[in-house]
Design a protein around this ligand. Structure first.
Ligand SMILES: NC(=O)c1ccc[n+]([C@@H]2O[C@H](COP(=O)([O-])OP(=O)(O)OC[C@H]3O[C@@H](n4cnc5c(N)ncnc54)[C@H](O)[C@@H]3O)[C@@H](O)[C@H]2O)c1
Length: 299
């Protein structure tokens, strides 16, 4: 595993005039990323759920950034987003697929080691009402299905974004797709099972897509950041006990990792790479995985 040297201002200035699209840009890591690129001369398109929030955020960033309200879990809305962005600003050069949710996080450990399980996909919870015929258990109640929303946003939101980015970036001279995964793309986290699964799915998507000829032909790299605990709205309600002993990052630390993947001189050198970001440390992790895999496969 190799520690990554993050870019300097001079390197980042090369983004002058480039169109950069960032999802989940109204808060946290997305906001820090949008601000960083805007400060270095990029034309940034902020994407998030609510137009009014985006407008406020765009004003605080300044630098002529634009915004578009879009629910990334909707194919139709992302289709419109990419058409609008390309028509208005030209094809984006850098696409940061960052929007994500973690409703299970509130269910993690709490003070004094007690678990606050508010959302547990294995819980024996029942629908308030429904048709109990055929599918009800002995009590006559309907078991609630596990949640779909986490995959809708965290996985399908990215899958749609990758397809649309490859389609639109291909009209220009290549570009970079950077996905916000998580440390949870690699490790289990008790009571965040569905979130963990959605983030593991992203690593599979990134690994496989990075080998596709379509991306090579169009000179597009696909990469990922895997942040550890980061101080954002997503983690703001965690009790102090849950974060004690964890080396937290600031959103700006993760933004620098994203900027590295966008700025590394040759796209092919970062293609398929993932940066594990913990505190201020930024380590490339996929190279180690590839070595292990080669051993397992006897290559
Ligand atoms: N904060 C952490 O500790 C941490 C750790 C690892 C990974 N991540 C990942 O980082 C990414 C950004 O999270 P963050 O920590 O900055 O949280 P955040 O809540 O501050 O920001 C997430 C943003 O995404 C937006 N969003 C949510 N659903 C959306 C949708 N359907 N369409 C468009 N926008 C949507 C939210 O409105 C919000 O502005 C997420 O993918 C998250 O899983 C965060």
């Amino acid at each position: 595993m190799s520690e990554v040297v993050l870019p300097t201002s001079a390197v980042l200035n090369e983004h002058l005039g480039k169109v950069v699209l960032v999802t989940g840009a109204a808060s946290g890591i997305g906001l820090a990323t949008a601000r960083l690129f805007a400060q270095h001369g990029a034309k940034v398109i902020l994407v998030d759920l609510e137009a009014t929030r985006l407008q406020d955020v765009a004003q605080t960033i300044g630098h002529g950034c634009d915004f578009y309200a879009c629910d990334v879990s909707s194919w139709e809305q992302q289709l419109s987003l990419f058409h609008w962005a390309t028509r208005k600003h030209g094809p984006p050069k850098i696409v940061c697929l960052n929007a994500g949710i973690d409703p299970e996080l509130a269910t993690s450990e709490s003070a004094s080691g007690k678990e606050r399980v508010l959302s547990n996909y294995l819980a024996d919870e029942y629908e308030a009402s429904g048709n109990p015929i055929q599918v009800s258990d002995e009590s006559g109640q309907l078991l609630k299905p596990p949640p779909k929303a986490i995959f809708d946003v965290n996985f399908y939101g990215v899958l749609y974004g990758v397809k649309l980015a490859v389609h639109h970036l291909g009209h220009g001279c290549g570009g970079r797709i950077i996905i916000t995964g998580s440390a949870a793309s690699y490790i289990p986290v008790t009571y965040q099972d569905v979130y963990v699964a959605s983030k593991h799915a992203l690593i599979g998507l990134m690994r496989s897509s990075s080998q596709r000829e379509e991306l090579k032909e169009k000179n597009i790299s696909i990469t990922m950041v895997g942040p550890w605990l980061t101080r954002t709205a997503l983690t703001a309600n965690l009790p102090p006990e849950a974060t004690q002993g964890h080396e937290a990052s600031e959103p700006e630390d993760v933004a620098m990792g994203i900027a590295y993947l966008a700025s590394a001189e040759k796209g092919e050198d970062v293609n398929g790479r993932c940066l594990w970001i913990r505190g201020k440390r930024c380590i490339e992790i996929e190279g180690a995985y590839e070595k292990w895999l080669a051993q397992m496969m006897g290559i």
